[in-house]
Design a protein. Sequence first.
Length: 231
Amino acid sequence: MNKTILAIDTATEACSVALLHNGQISAFDELSPRTHTQRILPMVDELLAKAGISLKQVGALAFGRGPGSFTGVRVGVGIAQGLAMGANLPVVPISNLLAMAQAAYEKMGATSVVALIDARMNEVYFAQYERVGRYWQTIVAEQVCSPERAISQIQQPKDNTVVVGTGWAAYSQFSNAQLPLLVSDITLPSAKSMLTLAESEFSQGNTQSALQIEPVYLRNEVTWEKLPHKR
């Protein structure tokens, strides 16, 4: 099996790409909230060139499938479809909330994580995870809800439960609740943290084709138009 994995993410104001090749990880991260479409492909090209490989030498493509900003998520899915179709790559969609939990594990050893992304309109994208062995278990499923609703659903936080994402600082309700949580400096997802998650899914054969992938918005009124004539 070709274990080289390329990951991309544009679901938030962060724009990032990462590559796992020959057991080594390389990555680029930028804050570019309005220039994702201009930056993501040059970043991919630069990363591949740095590794001395072409896109067709990649084994699988991972991408941040949301939740996040509507525009950012759509850009990410569209770019992932285009790259995967062009190089005939299997695709591994990765939750942006889970990617931040993985980052907390890699950086801090966190095994209990509350993930919050500011969804605007007095809402957050929210999920809670716990790591058991090598795998993450979902304690509270991904959803969009008010800060109060998120607070009411947080399950028995341990002393070392870590908070990640922009949602915590965006709404005072969280700090006012005085929950026994450790607030980290991990505020945005990164493609680099998606690689380990994608590697596990890829090794188990949990992939999709370019035509199968869809964004996850969590807000029901938002729709996604797949590539033309490919329904």
